[in-house]
Write a protein that binds this ligand. Structure first.
Ligand SMILES: [Zn+2]
Length: 428
């Protein structure tokens, strides 16, 4: 059977992946956990998400599905942060006999949960129509992620994926400051990058794979395969690890992106890859956010933003000029695209006015006075007006991304874009 779980965490602690790691151990009493557990990130723009909008799916080979279901539900009741208003757990159980029937239905549901917006009622209706065994707690919003995670497990061959090695703290340390040797993360990065990524942010000298919240996660290493994330994790030094799990995940795949042929079709709470021409100089607004408008061929416009947390990425964005052609990817909220990546396709030429050069000696001529034109004193040559001289842009065409410290879970890092063995094209 496939077990999907979502929304057991709160901003104060717990983590659905931790519950998943516990269940992987405990469910061995009822059968065998097969394949990798899945960590599925859903639409990053949904406002009611708790921390990362992550759901989990496990595959269990068992002769005792009822007992396994009862165990999962009792653990959710015990461990989920039910007192938190935003915590509304959901669990979904797909029996093996229903795999084929539910595969296409839940594939569509997964895509919608990652790229669009699903209401709780839609999840409940699907559960009812298909006769899926499930349990929603409180308002049952977690049923959405639980169904989507099951859809991912049923359609593993359909999508790009990466891995994350999640190490969890010993329970008695939860809520206390994490004891880690920062340098060991930089070492692990040096030894395993580019097959792992977002362990550290070299430009901003930060360890980015260690959370700051009270949840049980000590660190998470993201990478291309199980071997490499495990190797990197083995290089980390710090407080003792309570338990760990290696998840297969849609993180770092750009699964959330839709292709927008036309800016008119763009909607809030969706993420896109889109193209346009920079319409005005980027402006830095209150809070340090950098914003500029782009326009497509039909004349539709949208504001694009590099927000303050994107740090040094804003220096690049400030160098854009009207007329530059760009392709951007990111999420749209309040009519503004939050940039995750930018491809600068062509740069508009930049000119500077300067005094004309003397055709004889090559030196710049001097002004002869207001509206008097220009002349070279030495050669007595003359010219009527200033000339435009093309100067080099302080920016090169190419692909750029926000630093690791500002990366969205689902955003595909450029280090993966450049690999030839992964699909670089977003959904159409
Ligand atoms: Zn001259």
């Amino acid at each position: 059977m496939i077990i999907g779980i979502d929304d057991t965490d709160s901003n104060e602690g717990m983590c659905t992946t931790y519950l998943g790691a516990l269940l992987i151990e405990e469910l061995q009493a009822y059968g065998t956990v097969e394949d990798h557990p899945l960590l599925v990130r859903l639409n990053p723009t949904i406002p009611y998400k708790t921390r990362g909008n992550a759901a989990v799916a496990l595959k269990l080979k068992t002769d005792f599905p009822e007992r396994a279901i009862a165990h999962v539900l009792s653990r959710i009741k015990e461990l989920a942060h039910m007192e938190c208003e935003k915590t509304n757990p959901g669990a979904v159980f797909i029996l093996e006999k229903d795999y084929e029937k539910l595969k296409p239905v839940l594939r569509n549901f997964l895509e919608k949960a990652v790229r669009s917006v699903i209401e709780i009622e839609e999840a409940k209706n699907l559960i009812f129509e298909c006769g899926i065994s499930s349990k929603g707690f409180k308002n049952g919003r977690g049923l959405i992620g639980a169904l989507a995670a099951c859809g991912a497990m049923l359609n593993l061959e359909e999508w790009d994926y990466t891995f994350e090695h999640l190490a969890y703290r010993q329970k008695e340390r939860w809520g206390t400051p994490r004891e880690i040797e920062k340098e060991s993360f930089f070492e692990a990065d040096r030894k395993t990058y580019p097959e792992t990524w977002d362990t550290v942010d070299l430009t901003n000298r930060l360890v980015v794979c260690v959370p700051h919240s009270a949840d049980p996660v000590l660190f998470g290493i993201r990478g291309e395969n199980q071997e490499i994330v495990t190797e990197a994790a083995s290089l980390i030094r710090g407080e003792p690890v309570g338990r760990f799990a290696v998840y297969r995940t849609n993180q770092g795949t750009d699964m959330h992106l839709l292709y927008a042929a036309n800016l008119a079709e763009i909607q809030d709470m969706h993420s896109y890859r889109l193209e346009g021409t920079v319409l005005a100089f980027p402006k830095t607004i209150h809070g340090g956010h950098v914003i500029f408008p782009i326009r497509d061929k039909e004349g539709n416009e949208i504001d694009c933003a590099a927000f303050e947390p994107t740090k040094n990425f804003r220096l690049l964005i400030r160098k854009l000029r009207p007329g530059d052609n760009v392709a951007l990817s990111g999420s749209v909220n309040s009519g503004t695209l939050n940039i995750e990546k930018i491809e600068i396709k062509t740069l508009s030429p930049l000119y500077k006015e300067e005094n004309p050069k003397c055709p004889n000696c090559g030196k710049h001529m001097k002004s002869s006075g207001q509206a008097q034109g220009f002349r070279c004193k030495k050669c007595k040559t003359q010219a009527a007006s200033k000339i435009l001289h093309q100067i080099k842009r302080d920016l090169a065409a190419g692909l750029y991304e926000v630093p690791p410290c500002a990366r969205r879970h689902l955003a595909k890092p450029l280090v993966r874009e450049h690999r030839s063995d992964v699909d670089i094209h977003p959904a159409r």
